[in-house]
Design a protein around this ligand. Structure first.
Ligand SMILES: Cc1cc2nc3c(=O)[nH]c(=O)nc-3n(C[C@H](O)[C@H](O)[C@H](O)COP(=O)(O)O)c2cc1C
Length: 182
């Protein structure tokens, strides 16, 4: 059975939820998928031992988690050699404004350029506004940012914008690529 590492960085949990869904789809497609939280990982796993790799991160203040970029840089040759894919969560990708969506794509490309990685597949996907998980200051800032991006400013609830069909289709396409490559 082909093995897939699904490694992610997540600050408020939405990228983790997306990574979990990707693992579920890959397993349904008959692959042996392992989920790794890059923030909490011990040094005990070695990407070079798996057949393929999916990496996910989210955008905060215009960039992806530094520890995810470090992971990609550290394992760039492995990532560029095996089937690989990258997904990026943001509020920009949730916007109906074409310029904001283009920003999500640009930041994704910037991440790849800075890390020197050429994945086979990419996805800029809408994230979430989790007011319930933000402290006072972050909630205040996000109410302003969220108001501009989506108009959702009711801080007594959370908002999820992720298009799950898009996520599942991304995972299925990657499973097809792995099978073709095997
Ligand atoms: C403090 C903060 C800053 C953010 N900055 C950006 C940003 O610059 N651009 C953007 O598109 N989304 C931004 N977002 C939205 C996040 O990318 C979105 O909430 C995403 O779902 C977070 O994923 P995570 O829960 O896996 O960390 C920001 C969110 C927070 C809380």
């Amino acid at each position: 059975m082909a093995t897939v590492l699904v490694a992610y960085g997540s600050s408020e949990g939405q990228t983790e939820t997306v990574a979990e869904r990707i693992v579920e789809v890959l397993e349904t497609e008959g692959l042996d998928a392992t989920l790794v939280d890059l923030k909490r990982r011990s040094g005990a796993f070695e990407p070079a031992t798996v057949d393929s790799i999916v990496v996910g991160a989210s955008i905060h203040a215009g960039s992806h988690q530094q520890y995810v970029a470090d992971f990609v840089r550290d394992h760039r040759s492995t990532l560029n050699r095996c089937p690989s894919a990258f997904f990026s969560l943001s509020l920009s990708a949730a916007s109906e404004d074409a310029e904001a969506q283009a920003t999500a794509d640009d930041l994704l490309e910037e991440f790849l350029e800075e890390t020197g990685w050429n994945p086979d597949g990419t996805l800029a996907v809408a994230g979430a506004l989790k007011y319930s998980e933000y402290g006072f200051f972050k909630r205040f800032v996000m109410r302003w940012i969220g108001g501009r991006a989506s108009g959702d400013t009711d801080t007594s609830r959370d908002y999820e914008y992720t298009d799950w069909d898009e996520v599942e289709s991304f995972a299925r396409q990657f499973a097809t690529l792995i099978r073709t490559d095997a």
